[in-house]
Design a protein around this ligand. Sequence first.
Ligand code: GRG
Length: 298
Amino acid sequence: MKNMNKEFEQVFENYKQDIRQNLKRYLSVRKPENLWKSMYYTVSAKSKLLRPVMALECCRLCSGSYEPAMPSACAIEMLHSQSLIHDDLPCMDNDDYRRGQLSNHKVFGEAVAVLAGDALLSYGPQIIIEHTPQDIDRLAIVHKYVQTAGAFGLVGGQVADIEAEETEINTDELNYIHEHKTARLFEFAVYAGAVCGKATPEQTKAFLVYAQKMGLAFQISDDILDIIATKEEIGKTPGKDILSGKKTYPHIYGIEESKKRTLELCEEASNILNVNNFDSLILEGILNIIRTRIEKNK
Ligand code: GRG
């Protein structure tokens, strides 16, 4: 197990280094300088890079090579970073810290932060179209990108999340928020990897089910951490969910039940990998990251 962990960390780190180099290249500073600095500020901050790594790994599992998915992986991290920049704004979660540093708007001001988010959001599809090898179905990837970002995905989930602060909600409504606000982006990551790796429809379906379950588990674990972790551990202000009236699994079911659900979902996601013969240290290791997040604080 120890060796497996070491091997996982090494492979994961190699992916991350490659992603970071490519993000740096795509986001090199040009005019207007403050805009590009603001875009790179959040993208380059300390982060786990789970989503782009998942995209690369799914591509590699299907085709033996991960390079064709690198533009999509970078675009996914830009979209994710954009959602974090906007999420931290005073009109949303109003958070001063993100990824262990001051939030984007605290450094660059609200106007530039909003526009840096907009620029990242629209730069993603540009990168996919301009840099993905031409024999890959780029239209399918960009189609999924816009579905994921907008009213059918993150924006829809975020609005439902905000509205839920003012009212009590049931499990279906809570799942709707988590699936749209969080799981959709993981689904997009595996989908982009699958398209770049020319996956079979069965492989693509299996990746998507894995990502749905993993994404829900990830959001529940994130909500648990908001209650039990320190600012250093999560890189942002803990305890904000309760203060703002946010509806989360721990809010509705309590911490122990939420931990149980997280572990169940991880198990279900792991079974999908086994049943479909995906021998992936990375996809299995990401489930272990989620399990460890909630278990070490028991
Ligand atoms: C996409 C147009 C558009 C708008 C964004 C603000 C918003 C709409 C959506 C909010 C989405 C959001 C912040 C969901 C939370 C997802 C989540 C658990 C983030 C933390 O992810 P980690 O832990 O973070 O992977 P790192 O920093 O490691 O990348």
